[in-house]
Ligand binder design. Sequence first.
Ligand code: ADP
Ligand code: 5GP
Length: 205
Amino acid sequence: MNLLKKCIKLPKISNKGSVIVLSAPSGTGKTTVCKYLLKNMPNLAFSVSYTTRAKRPGEINGIDYFFVDTKTFLKMIKQKKFVEWACVYNNYYGTPKKELEKIINSGEDVLLDIDVQGGKNIRKFFPQGIYIFLLPPSWSALKKRLINRGKDSISQINIRLKNAEKELHYIKYYDYLVVNDNLNQTFKIIESIIVAEKHKRSRFT
Ligand code: ADP
Ligand code: 5GP
């Protein structure tokens, strides 16, 4: 008798990729952390969002964002091309549905750098996603980072700090809170979260 035939089926890991959402108040270090993860984690792709904001020096269309005008963006909303979209600092941002599905269906994980409205909304579609909220070590550290980054005027920095207070109300929509103090430590923590999440029983069939 073939004993192997009698064995029960071994659990198999899902062959779909995971949705990983990273949100944080502006200046906390989200872009820095995303870049590191994309460079160092195998099987991880970035979800390139659409935006109506102007391209910053060094940004590349199709790599950092798909830059479109407001008319095009509004048309895309009507055509239901976004899995979520939001207005952030007077510009529209949206996560394209088709591209996102293509990545996860190919088995790759996908990293989304989106604001808290987006994090809250996308959870409804991907309840099994990995939702990480990055926190600054203190308000003074956050202000210092915004100043040192040198991208915003002092009045813009004050708007970002005010907004950060409101964004904290959304942490209830995230599963993990990571204080971005020491950058190497932050990378290690986030990598550990992702690796652990991939081994959840619910990801096996
Ligand atoms: P965000 O994308 O959240 O707006 P950035 O990644 O642009 O933030 O980071 C804001 C600034 O803070 C940058 O100058 C970056 O080099 C710096 N930064 C990021 N993480 C840390 C950290 N752990 N400690 C000190 N400075 C940091
Ligand atoms: P920035 O213009 O500095 O690149 O991004 C501004 C904010 O928009 C950041 O908080 C970023 O995470 C957020 N953002 C970028 N893409 C998207 C998106 O597709 N959807 C949502 N909701 N927010 C986004």
